[in-house]
Design a protein around this ligand. Structure first.
Ligand SMILES: [Zn+2]
Length: 101
């Protein structure tokens, strides 16, 4: 058996990305418009952040984002969230520095 440990690691991060609609109890700020919301539907994106594997949260209101997919894409396009390509670059850089895979 064989496996590519970098690929496994990248998949682990990509699979950590979850989006759902929530009604927050506390004020949550939309990443795009900067307004704060509570007690109404907004999108929440949860993902494992690099490099310390903290669980991170981003929020987006339904005025700015019409779907979960669009919210994730916007986060990725604006560098708030990684893509497979960015993770590959990140791990390549780590390897060049003598760390990781
Ligand atoms: Zn917004």
């Amino acid at each position: 058996m064989k496996r590519d440990s970098r690929k496994v690691e990248i998949q682990k991060y990509l699979k950590s990305i979850r989006v759902k609609k929530i009604k927050p109890i506390f004020w949550r700020e939309c990443k795009k418009c900067g307004l704060e919301f509570r007690r109404e539907n907004i999108y929440e994106c949860i993902y494992t952040s690099l490099p310390f594997e903290h669980t991170s949260y981003s929020y987006g209101c339904t005025n700015c984002f019409h779907s979960e997919e669009y919210f994730v894409k916007w986060l990725q396009d604006n560098d708030f969230l990684y893509t497979e390509e960015k993770l590959q670059k990140w791990f390549k850089k780590l390897k060049e520095m003598g760390y990781g895979f």
